[in-house]
Write a protein of this length. Structure first.
Length: 367
């Protein structure tokens, strides 16, 4: 009943179009439920067989090319939407944590970019891809969807997933809002996306006017997340701590290093931050295998590539160890090492992103 009350409030605001309904105006139960998974319901019924094609370790470069599937081929285009969410309205990331460095700026609002592909049919429960540092690389993801949702090759066809590109809270590294959101080892950011961002998308007045019956799948295998650098660390962390919500994870130049705030409460359990995934506590190797499909990448000249292990800040070392841990634990993983390239190098995305998305969604069965 509380959820229905909240839904009615959001729906009325969408039709009136006069103001934004903040999270603080919602009943607490609805704000926390959001688009939450009904635990176990989908898992009991769903099965897929992605096979092993494309799994394992791969090397590209030093020469790069643009994949034709990431260019404009003149295919039908989807719809773009943009709106903002004020940080002060959030129940999860208000921009006022005590760990924040007062010298680092915090956004008053974050922009949300949404792309609904032309192949999406209103009323179907769409799979989704949540990307970090929005709208970074959204142009390439849009082109992949325009071309590959209608591919004549069944083995290269993408499902008509909806893209939600979420802007970070501001600044970078330790003491920043972005760092707090992306580099902290907890389920907090996954809850923020699930409980606040996804409902905001579904109840946006402009989006609902264009797609009155828009819906997202509750199947965690239909929910992917992607990011680069700390955004890549956030993608892994979302799935690691909440595999009931997100199971397809894409990380480029992932910040699997010690970049968690030194005074974060999570330091007591994970003192080396994301370095703990592959070293230190070796979370991947020493934890029960989780239902996840994971893509990782690192560049030859990525951040800290020449730094010694004791700095806990060498991206190449961190990502190689992460891939090795995933392999040893028997995960469905794909690891790309790009020669003669840099941190979050656009050339790497232009060559690999279509293949990455095809591999990531292999085996998915739509609702």
């Amino acid at each position: 009943m509380k959820f229905l009350t909240a839904f009615a409030l959001l729906l009325s605001a969408a039709f009136l179009g006069t103001r934004h309904v903040s999270m603080s105006e919602l009943p607490a139960a609805a704000a926390s439920e959001g688009q939450g998974i009904k635990a176990g319901v989908e898992d009991e019924k769903y099965a897929e067989n992605p096979g092993k094609e494309g799994d394992g370790d791969h090397t590209i470069g030093p020469d790069f090319r643009v994949d034709p599937d990431l260019t404009d081929k003149g295919n039908p285009k989807g719809r773009n939407f943009k709106f903002a969410m004020r940080l002060k309205d959030s129940r999860i990331f208000r921009g006022d944590d005590s760990t924040l460095d007062p010298k680092k700026s915090v956004r008053k609002e974050r922009k949300i970019f949404v792309y609904v592909p032309a192949a999406y049919k209103d009323g179907t429960r769409a799979p989704i891809l949540v990307t970090h540092d929005g709208p970074s690389r959204l142009d390439l993801v849009r082109k992949a969807l325009d071309n590959l949702t209608i591919s004549g090759d069944p083995g290269r066809r993408l499902p008509a997933f909806i893209v939600i590109a979420v802007q970070n809270g501001g600044d970078d590294s330790k003491g920043s809002e972005r760092g707090l959101e992306y580099d902290t080892l907890s389920d907090r950011f996954a809850r923020f996306i699930n409980d606040e961002v996804l409902p905001a998308v579904l109840n946006n007045a402009e989006i609902k006017a264009a797609y009155p019956k828009i819906a997202f799948t509750d199947n965690p295998w239909g929910r992917a997340t992607m990011g680069c650098s700390s955004g890549g660390a956030a993608a892994l962390t979302m799935g690691w701590f909440r595999p009931d919500l997100f199971r397809r994870l894409i990380t480029y130049s992932g910040t699997f290093v010690d970049q968690q705030d030194d005074d974060a409460p999570e330091e007591a359990k994970y003192p080396l931050g994301a370095w703990e995934y592959h070293s230190g506590k070796k979370l991947i190797q020493n934890s029960e295998k989780k239902p996840l499909r994971i893509f990782t990448h690192v560049s030859e000249n990525d951040n800290g590539s020449g730094d010694p292990e004791g700095t806990y800040h060498n991206w190449v070392m961190a990502n190689r160890r992460t891939a090795a841990a995933l392999k040893a634990r028997g995960y469905n993983y794909r690891y790309v090492f790009s020669r003669a390239s840099r941190h979050c190098d656009r050339r790497v995305f232009e060559q690999t992103l279509a293949d990455t998305l095809v591999w990531m969604w292999r085996g998915y069965e739509a609702d």
